[in-house]
Design a protein around this ligand. Structure first.
Ligand SMILES: NC(=O)c1ccc[n+]([C@@H]2O[C@H](COP(=O)([O-])OP(=O)(O)OC[C@H]3O[C@@H](n4cnc5c(N)ncnc54)[C@H](OP(=O)(O)O)[C@@H]3O)[C@@H](O)[C@H]2O)c1
Length: 380
């Protein structure tokens, strides 16, 4: 345990949802770790401004404009040498002991070639840098549980390769990156940390709304009469800060090379029906329209019924309905392809400390904070 305390850590993706929570947990729980955060910026002024936004989002309770032990550096994982000048790269390579690679393009709308350049090419650049690090002890590749694509059933941490296909090009790019990460285990102390769907911080804060948030905001507005989903399938979802904390504990306290971890709710996940019912219950408490029955909990339908609706909307050419389906379709196949993410490796490494927060405790808080703040304004 103690060796984690003198780590010099390079973090990519610090300005993102996961990155902000990594910064917050690092400052709070690992005061002796020095962290360098690779941040995209066109010049030093923009770097300072972007770092300040990240510090504010990390919200450590006071209006500080820096985080102790954290140094932002300007770079880009999709560029050779991480976009750093040779002397800066050399300085990093001389003393970096740990790397947490979380930088990624996560929007499902991003064209496939950009996803590949950043999500696969970015990892390649990080691995090239890691091979130059003379004090390296650990590389953490941050991935997603959804490299499992359209697989169904129990997904084990040690499994990766499959031919079930993928819901979108994002999943595909993360799968290809994981294959590259696994190959690098041959010559680097590297492990893979797959995160589940992250909905926001336990205190309700959402840094950057993503597909799930667009979906929830539109659901609140009563836009969806139905949602595709298997009522009994697990709806695997986690608070973002818990995921970041578990990741840091695995990397800085319990690192083991050549492992894969599911940082997921696993057996603690609600069913899809329970998730939807909780969502509707919170919405009823928040909204007169929901209370009055103007908006109601959508029905869960199977894929054939959903596809029939998609075809009908395409035939009649109704723009409002088409807009609604675009929002649903980003998430449509997740609750339909029933997966249970086995998390044995996480439990073996962290024990009961790894039990995720109860869904009923944090999820309503995120929705209530969104409603109080006027939602995320993500409407399609
Ligand atoms: N959020 C989830 O629900 C979820 C679920 C499963 C797995 N994950 C995984 O967790 C990791 C982080 O995701 P996230 O939700 O935090 O994503 P995010 O909010 O979209 O943030 C992505 C981060 O990557 C950075 N980035 C993108 N391209 C870059 C580049 N070329 N060079 C340097 N930095 C770059 C972004 O910087 P800018 O600020 O400059 O854009 C941002 O800091 C990813 O590996 C993702 O696959 C997330």
């Amino acid at each position: 345990m103690s060796h984690s305390m003198d780590a010099i850590l390079l973090v990519t993706g610090a300005t993102g949802n996961v990155g902000v929570e990594l910064c917050r947990a690092l400052v709070r729980d690992y005061p002796r770790v020095r962290a360098r955060l690779l941040v995209r910026a066109v010049n030093e002024d923009e770097l300072r401004a972007r770092w300040l936004q990240t510090v504010r989002a990390a919200q450590l309770g006071d209006a500080r404009d820096d985080l102790p032990g954290c140094e932002p550096i300007r770079g880009d994982v999709s560029a050779p040498g991480l976009g750093l000048e040779a002397p800066a790269l050399e300085r990093l390579a001389s003393d970096t002991t740990h790397i947490v690679h979380a930088a990624c393009l996560t929007s499902f709308a991003t064209p496939a070639e950009r996803l590949v350049r950043t999500n696969v090419g970015g990892l390649e650049n990080v691995l090239r840098f890691a091979r130059r690090c003379r004090a390296l002890r650990a590389v953490a590749h941050v991935s997603t549980c959804f490299t499992a694509g359209r697989r169904v059933g129990t997904i084990r941490e040690d499994e990766l390769e499959h031919d079930a296909g993928f819901v979108n090009a994002y999943e595909r790019s993360k799968y290809d990156a994981e294959r590259m990460a696994r190959a690098a285990m041959a010559d680097l102390p590297l492990s893979v940390y797959r995160l589940s769907l992250l909905v926001g911080r336990r205190d309700g804060f959402v840094h950057r709304p993503q597909a799930m948030h667009v979906f929830l905001e539109n659901l609140y507005q009563g836009l969806f009469p139905l949602v595709p989903g298997d009522p009994e399938a697990p709806f695997d979802i986690l608070p973002t800060d818990y995921a970041a904390e578990a990741l840091l504990a695995l990397v800085l306290r319990r690192f083991a090379p050549s492992q894969t971890y599911h940082i997921a709710a696993g057996e603690h996940a609600p069913t899809t029906l329970a998730w939807l019912a909780t969502t509707a219950e919170v919405f009823r408490a928040l909204s007169p329209a929901w209370r009055a029955g103007a908006h109601i909990q959508p029905d869960l339908v199977d894929l054939d019924t959903y596809r029939h609706l998609v075809d009908t909307v395409a035939t009649v050419g109704n723009k409002t309905l088409a807009r609604m389906l675009r929002v649903i379709s980003d998430l449509a196949e997740y609750p339909l392809s029933s997966k249970h993410f086995d998390r044995s490796n996480v439990v073996a490494a962290l024990g009961t400390d790894s039990t995720p927060p109860a869904f009923a405790d944090y999820y309503p808080v995120v929705l209530e904070a969104a409603a109080r703040g006027g939602w995320w304004r993500t409407s399609a």
